[in-house]
Design a protein around this ligand. Structure first.
Ligand code: 0A1
Ligand code: ZN
Length: 859
């Protein structure tokens, strides 16, 4: 396969630019016509041809300054025009087939709704254009279509004219006053229910808020609209950023490759992140709706007003916007549970990515298919890097830096270096060493060692760092790592170090190692590091079970307390793997923990959660899946039996008031459901699960019961699943939860079971949500089923991906991820995983999306 690798350092500014675009889009299911009039300008003094990106469409006509133009040729990926004037009007007419666009990039028609997805490179499937983020133009777009089928016609900006024709069509013209790159272009047409609201900004601009949802789903949009207003207010209060148009529209669609898209003034959302009510959405769904709504809204400044110069800079907008949405969510809900959520994503997914052949820095250097770089590294590790700026500069310093960033770059397409420079100037800090986080990939390991001198009563602690080589980079340099640090004895007393290297609770580890001395301290003193997960690193701090419990009791930082429990569980599971038993003292201590924290539902809920299989993989090498899964299982079983009465008290502790989505109730429900998950493994489990399922007045508790039932008897699980399916058969978003539960259940005949589910009337390969729920959940979250010793799980997923890839390469490339992360598993798994990867890479007609990931993983 011939592939075109793009490199960050090859960036060239555009040879031509486009300043103005006037488009007419005549919608038709299979033959939509687009007439685009662009004002093109040569940049600089050169005679190079004008290359326009274009794919998968028919070129109907081309004119320069109104005259038909034939000095052009079709070249790979577009057309090339020679001898064009310095400034001119280019008219391009194209035709496309939205109904048969199953890749869901560009303009597509699904469920009777026309919608666009142009990031990263979808606009080139609509018209021939300079499809790159550093070409910013003003757009005026007229959309016309059948009035009955598509009563709503939307595009970016403000509506300025509309009309009707005698043939049953109507049209609306939209004008967006803000210059934008074409990846922020959007168009939607369909028949929706509309929720309307308004918001007045601090400086007095009245903004119309419009939320479009499928007919009959109006009530499920209320929470999203309220979330939007909270996000608008928060961004004004926190960053002084106001909205800049008179109208803000959000459309929920059922067919969408990702979560949502921040198109200027017209966000398009996967309906999963808009629709929510107490019956059909869990607490987690409500949380996600609010956070995705905020994320897209925050992009209006971090992404749209200041955009990326090229796609290698993606983390400029994504890392920063994820950090902003995380801060918002923490303020709206609670800091601790949010932080734990982020860390779980890092440990379960980002660390795995960074240890695989797809490892890349948050600002990648080489890309084949840009869509493959919307990754946990660019997004979540990117957000961790922004968070470290915040930690190092403080909230005020960070705000100063942001103000400077907007002062310098509003209206521009810039780089990550520009962001760092603004932060640096505004705060007068030298951030050059810190900036290595942008270019170095891999997960650093921070080692902690201690030496206590009994005679002198001194403690010497050494912090060291080491980043293992990654597939893309052999040599690693020391990074600038802020390590939150506490030194605690067994009475809870905290100690400062002799030399004052701990400042504001942080030690800066900016060399291979740093030493700390503590004088006149007791032997029980412990180093407690990485409070609040102060850097995206792994920690190697050998601590005994007793010491971990000491940290749990006395650390100031609640994240450290939670993390100590996670390490304790990890330690216990290791004992089981080594055929040793978990000491009684641990069970006794755990019972004390539950008793002591019984009213702190937030912490208790998190502390009762056993690390996931995926997280455990990251603290081990050469994982034998069945062995690790069974060690984890037997720890969970023992946990339930040893702590049964304490867990029962927790489950009973939350008196069932009627449902509200408020934080105290969310915490209590979580606690209760985690407890039920454990109790499912005891003799009383069945009765409790059935009771909770029968009495639940909300989806969180129904699903909590089902999840618990997954680890209890198959009979109860199956009967509750049947009842659930009958109740929710009409609602695909709810059914996705049911598909996912099916796919993650451990059963002998799991592959046959999935095959049966593929022919469920609600399942379709064309809808990414269904595919992710069934096939994605299986590949990512059913370790025992996916990693079957005979390789049949790998083969099953591969067969499916080969078919899916023909329609939707983007989604196929995402689901192939677990297969590409073979490095962490035992040799017997590796061989069989690689056999399927080889099958994929040799497949004729494989998309470049899947090819990039698979070929890298085999290299
Ligand atoms: N920018 C969006 C995510 C997004 C990216 C790519 C897409 O299609 C390839 C769609 C959406 C966000 O961060 O929310
Ligand atoms: Zn984003």
């Amino acid at each position: 396969m011939s592939v075109n690798v793009k490199r960050r350092l090859d960036y060239q500014p555009p040879l031509y630019t486009i300043t103005n675009v006037v488009m007419h889009v005549q919608l038709h299911a299979t033959a939509t016509r687009i007439k685009t009039v662009s004002t093109v300008q040569r940049v600089g003094d050169h005679n190079s041809p004008l290359f326009l990106d274009g794919e998968k469409m028919q070129l109907l006509s081309l004119a320069v300054n109104g005259e038909a133009y034939n000095l052009y040729s079709h070249v790979e990926g577009g057309i090339s025009l020679t001898e064009v004037p310095d400034t001119f009007e280019l008219t391009v007419e194209t035709e496309i087939d939205p109904q048969n666009n199953k890749a869901l990039e560009g303009l597509y028609l699904s469920n009777g709704v026309f919608c666009t997805q142009c990031e990263a490179e979808g606009f080139r499937r609509i018209t021939y254009f300079l499809d790159r983020p550093d070409v910013l133009a003003k757009y005026e777009v007229t959309v016309s279509g059948d009035k009955e089928k598509y009563p709503t016609l939307l595009a970016n900006g403000n509506p300025i004219a509309k009309g009707e024709e005698s043939d049953g069509t109507h049209w609306v013209t939209w004008q967006d006053p803000h210059p934008k790159p074409c990846y922020l272009f959007a168009l939607v047409a369909g028949d929706f229910d509309l929720l309307e609201d308004s918001y007045t900004t601090t400086s007095g601009r009245d903004v119309k808020l419009e939320l479009y949802v499928d007919k009959g789903k109006r009530d499920k949009g209320v929470f999203a609209l309220e979330s939007l207003k909270r996000a608008m207010k928060w961004d004004e209060d926190t960053f002084g950023l106001e909205y800049d148009l008179d109208i803000y529209m959000i459309v929920a669609v059922d067919f969408f490759n990702m979560g949502a898209m921040e198109n200027k003034g017209l966000n398009v959302f996967n309906s999963k992140f808009v629709l929510a009510d107490q019956d059909s959405a869990t607490d987690e769904d409500f949380f996600n709706v609010e956070s995705v709504i905020a994320h897209e809204y925050f992009h209006n400044w971090t992404g749209n007003r200041v955009t990326c110069r090229d796609w290698f800079q993606l983390s400029l907008k994504e890392g920063l916007t994820v950090f902003r949405d995380q801060q918002f969510s923490a303020d709206m809900t609670s800091a601790l549970s949010n932080r734990i959520k982020h860390v779980r994503v890092m440990r379960e997914h980002q660390f795995a990515e960074d240890a695989s052949a797809m490892s890349h820095p948050i600002r990648p250097d080489e890309v084949i298919e840009m869509n493959n770089f919307y990754t946990v590294t660019v997004y979540d590790k990117g957000a961790e890097v922004i968070r470290m700026f915040h930690t190092l500069l403080g909230a005020d310093g960070f705000r100063k830096g942001m103000d400077e960033y907007f002062r310098r770059h509003d209206g521009q397409a810039v780089t990550c270096d520009d962001f760092v420079a603004a932060m640096q100037t505004a705060t007068e800090r030298d951030l050059s060493h810190f900036a290595k986080w942008y270019s170095q990939s891999g997960t650093p390991v921070v080692g902690v060692s201690r030496m206590y001198d009994k005679q002198k009563r001194t403690l010497h602690i050494s912090l060291s760092q080491h980043t293992p080589a990654t597939a893309n980079q052999q040599e690693k340099e020391p990074l600038y790592i802020p390590v939150a640090f506490e030194c605690i004895d067994d009475t809870g007393k905290h100690y400062p170090d002799d030399d004052g290297l701990i400042k504001d609770g942080l030690v800066i580890l900016d060399k291979p190692s740093v030493s700390l001395m503590f004088s006149d301290v007791p032997e029980s003193c412990l180093p407690v590091v990485l409070g609040n997960f102060s850097a995206p690193v792994k920690v190697d701090n050998p601590l005994s079970a007793k010491e971990l419990l000491q940290i749990f009791r006395f650390a100031d930082d609640p994240f450290n307390r939670w993390d100590a429990m996670q390490s304790l569980y990890d330690w216990c599971i290791t004992q089981i793997e080594l055929d040793k038993s978990v000491p009684d003292s641990v069970w006794k201590a755990l019972a004390d923990v539950i008793a002591a924290e019984k009213d702190n539902h937030e912490l208790l809920g998190e502390c009762l959660s056993i690390p996931s299989f995926e997280t455990l993989c990251q603290t081990r090498v050469g994982v034998d899946v069945a062995a690790l899964a069974s060690a984890r299982q037997s720890f969970c079983a023992q946990f339930a039996s040893e702590l049964q009465s304490a867990l029962l008290t927790v489950w009973n502790g939350f008196s069932s008031v009627s449902y509200t989505y408020k934080q105290t109730d969310v915490n209590a429900r979580r606690c209760k459901n985690v407890a039920l998950g454990h109790l499912a493994r005891t003799a009383d489990g069945e009765a409790l699960i059935e009771k909770q399922f029968a009495e639940a007045d909300n989806m969180t508790d129904s699903l909590g019961a089902l999840r618990a039932a997954q680890s209890g008897s198959a009979e109860v699980f199956n009967s509750l699943m049947t009842a659930f399916e009958q109740k929710w058969n009409h609602d695909p978003l709810v059914l996705d939860k049911w598909f996912a539960l099916n796919a993650t259940t451990e059963r002998e005949d799991i592959l046959a079971h999935i095959t049966m589910l593929k022919s469920h009337p609600q399942f379709t390969m064309g809808n990414p949500n269904r595919v992710r729920a069934l096939i994605g959940s299986f590949a990512f979250y059913n370790p025992v089923g996916f990693h079957q010793p005979d390789g049949s799980g790998y083969q099953y997923v591969t067969d499916y991906l080969l078919e899916l890839d023909q329609h939707n390469p983007q989604v196929a490339a995402r689901i192939v991820t677990p297969l590409t992360q073979w490095q962490n598993y035992a040799d017997k798994h590796q061989q069989k995983m690689k056999a399927q990867l080889t099958r994929l890479v040799n497949h004729e007609g494989l998309s470049k999306d899947v090819f990039e990931k698979v070929s890298k993983s085999l290299a």
